[in-house]
Design a protein. Structure first.
Length: 677
């Protein structure tokens, strides 16, 4: 077989065809400079440090398989620059083994997750009686993107004697494993005049980045890479491919062989994935599951920055539904009513028209409107959703506190109709972050934090990756602790991920709480191990401000404290010196003419008029609002002329050209303002 230096063109026709179609041919024309017929010393040392090597092989029937060999560091050694020896006997039941025989070509990938390094090596097997002795044909470094940082979580396990299992199709466990994967390996090959060339490569993304289609095929997004398109070029000439999904938590390895096809540019994809440049489709023909085959358990310690720049299918579906359904008011039917605690009732909601609901992000709120008895126009409120994205329905848990909530408690029963806009708000949580999180709830502030806790536990079950979570819940008495039974079940399901601490002002008979008093630093210190936490606060303004001030006084960075307040009050923050935002423009001191386009009404604003929302109300306009504190975004409106400012930075970040009318005032020097609402 020729070496790369002998080839008149390093790229084979399949790679050239893909590069030509995608416009990268000129950019990678000289890539042969990076490919050697030997291993440089750096690569020889690299392979000798590894506890596993990924192997791609082709069995006698012509099917490609990808798999992994494990050993203590040093089990792979390079006695000469053009040779690599991998210790260890063949593993029974591993489908890569029939393709590892003297004279056969295989592909190798060395990958070091904690450093994001990977190097490729392709060659011919000289001996495979025990150890694999390989003559090097191609050796080159590979793109380090999309490799999540992992570290060993215990010693190398012995070879598991459990037999491998052949599957006719993806079963529930296999689907769950693929749906949780943030990594897989792909083997491919071509036969060209110089001989067979076998490659094995890595693919990574957010958990579940490989989507299982209705027919059992896998839809794989292809992100920005080095533009060589070696794997996709192989598919162009030879569709047979092998995929390996390792589960570094359970030890199960899922290996599939089948046919891969690069989808033509412009192919319509349902709910396209942000960050995907193109897609390929893999149809499995044979599936092997091998419990315990991943002998090295590893824990995730960091995400690749390239991975974080990609999207996830759930967010893509949410965006597609928003585009399909729109942002208008929608009729929802109450399907269930549940008493949760003293003065707290939950209402389960589904769409009256039977269509799908837009899944919320955990922590978001739902704007709703109802016309109260005696009123001639509807009232609008926003309530945090206590249901997580996975629920499939909306749940509003509402405390009796005023005229609107009193009407809801008295009048809403199963079958009742309310109107709602899509879920909104920026008070959300990143389930894939690795820093432990402390949720601090005061009273009805438990609702968004409960949704977050559900989501964190669900994501751990789905991906095997979880954030250690503490939920501190404060109420006036045990009977006011909403969702006690539900949270207890969630703690039990979480397998140690979630801990719940109940704090009450007044003890009652029968217990039902863990601490008397209030949530303060002393209580947190008693329950929290020493660590670097994110703190998430939700509750009445005094509860929030007191905890925020205590945490900042204890040295917790402002950026580590995330909060949402109820009512017309916002958190008074004290950012670090380097994080202080630029000063806001001063508020106008002279009258400014303001025109509201929808009503064609015009009025002069003066400093005594207050916010633009208050100005609108003073001339009889009923504009949408809810919190009046700049935290929910319900009052956001486009401003097409004039300039505005705020007394203090609001919590909700509007889009470009939008103002929060409940807080906004004309800015000094502003001309006439035109509000599109």
């Amino acid at each position: 077989m020729q070496t790369p230096a002998d080839w008149p063109n390093f790229w084979h026709p399949g790679e050239l065809a893909v590069q030509e179609r995608l416009g990268t041919r000129a950019a990678v024309a000289d890539a042969i400079r990076f490919v050697r017929p030997f291993m440089p010393d750096q690569h020889r040392d690299f392979f000798a440090q590894l506890p596993f090597i990924v192997i791609g092989s082709v069995d006698p029937a012509g099917d490609a398989w990808a798999g992994m060999r494990f050993g203590e560091p040093g089990f792979a050694a390079s006695p000469a620059p053009d040779q690599l020896v991998i210790a260890g006997a063949p593993v029974p039941g591993d489908p890569i083994e029939p393709g590892i025989a003297p004279g056969r070509e295989i592909g190798l990938l060395g990958i070091q997750p904690h450093s994001h390094r990977r190097n490729r090596l392709n060659g011919r097997v000289r001996d495979a009686g025990g150890a694999i002795t390989l003559d090097v044909v191609e050796s080159f470094g590979n793109c380090p993107k999309y490799i999540q940082a992992r570290l060993p979580d215990g010693p190398l396990a012995p070879i598991d004697p459990a037999p491998s299992e052949s599957l006719a199709a993806l079963d529930a466990a296999a689907r769950a494993q693929i749906g949780a994967a943030d990594i897989f390996f792909v083997a491919s090959y071509v036969d060209d005049p110089g001989g067979r060339r076998v490659d094995v490569s890595h693919r990574g993304g957010r958990p579940g980045f490989v989507r299982i289609e209705a027919d059992g095929a896998l839809l794989v997004p292809d992100f920005v890479g080095n533009d060589f398109f070696m794997t996709l070029g192989n598919f162009e000439l030879q569709p047979r491919a092998g995929l390996c999904f390792p589960d570094f938590t359970s030890g199960t390895m899922l290996q599939l062989t089948g046919d891969a096809r690069l989808l033509p540019e412009g192919t319509a994809i349902a709910d396209p994935l942000p960050g995907a440049c193109r897609y390929w489709r893999f149809t499995p023909r044979a599936i092997v599951r091998r419990p315990g085959a991943v002998r090295l358990r590893m824990r995730l310690v960091g995400w690749s920055p390239a991975t974080l720049a990609t999207g996830d299918w759930q967010a893509a579906r949410r965006a597609a539904l928003r585009a399909e359904i729109g942002a208008d008011w929608r009729r929802l039917r109450v399907t269930a009513r549940v008493d949760e605690a003293d003065d707290v009732v939950s209402f389960h909601l589904e769409a009256e028209d039977g269509r799908a609901l837009i899944p919320p992000e955990a922590g978001q709120h739902l704007p709703i409107r109802l016309t109260l008895p005696g009123d001639d126009r509807p009232s609008l409120r926003t309530y945090s959703l206590s249901s997580p994205p996975e629920a499939g329905h909306y749940r509003l848990s509402i405390k009796r506190a005023g005229r609107f909530s009193n009407h809801v408690h008295a009048a809403l029963a199963p079958g009742a109709i309310i109107e709602a806009k899509p879920p909104a708000g920026q008070f959300t949580i990143d389930a894939q972050a690795l820093r432990p999180v402390v949720l601090l709830a005061g009273g009805i502030g438990i609702t968004p934090l409960l949704a977050m806790a559900h989501h964190l536990v669900a994501e751990q079950a789905r991906t095997g990756i979880g954030r250690a979570t503490w939920l501190f819940q404060a109420a006036r008495a045990p009977g006011a602790l909403a969702f006690s039974a539900e949270i207890a079940r969630l703690v039990a399901e979480s397998q140690g991920l979630l801990r719940h601490v109940r704090v009450v002002d007044t003890a009652g008979e029968g217990g039902g709480y863990d601490a008397l008093g209030r949530i303060d630093l002393a209580l947190l210190k008693r329950h929290l191990p020493w660590d670097d936490y994110d703190f998430v606060l939700c509750g009445p303004p005094g509860f929030m401000q007191g905890l925020y001030d205590d945490l900042r006084g204890h040295g917790v960075r402002d950026a580590r404290i995330h909060a949402e307040a109820f009512g017309p009050a916002s958190l008074a923050r004290r950012p670090e010196l380097g994080d202080i935002p630029p000063p806001l423009a001063p508020i106008a001191s002279e009258p400014v003419t303001v025109r509201f386009a929808a009503s064609a009404k015009q009025v002069d604003w003066t400093p005594e008029a207050g916010s633009l929302l208050e100005l609108a109300e003073s001339i009889g306009l009923a504009l949408p609002f809810s919190c009046r504190g700049g935290s929910c975004g319900s009052c956001a409106a486009a401003v097409s002329a004039g300039a505005w400012t705020y007394p203090s930075p609001p919590a909700f970040a509007c889009g470009a050209g939008e103002a929060l009318l409940c807080q906004a005032r004309p800015a000094a020097g502003s001309g006439a303002m035109l509000i599109e609402g």
